[in-house]
Design a protein around this ligand. Sequence first.
Ligand code: ZN
Length: 53
Amino acid sequence: MECPACGNNAVIYNGVEYVCSQCTTVLGVEFAKCVKSAYAEIKSVVEQILAEK
Ligand SMILES: [Zn+2]
């Protein structure tokens, strides 16, 4: 995963939160999970709209 702060692909999960090992920026506890579930939700809505047509 790429760090949005320094662009380094050095983001690690330490068991609690996502941290960039390069600049130590904390990306949040469930950053990746949130993005993933939001994307899945949008995808299902779009599929519903397409199915109705
Ligand atoms: Zn970084």
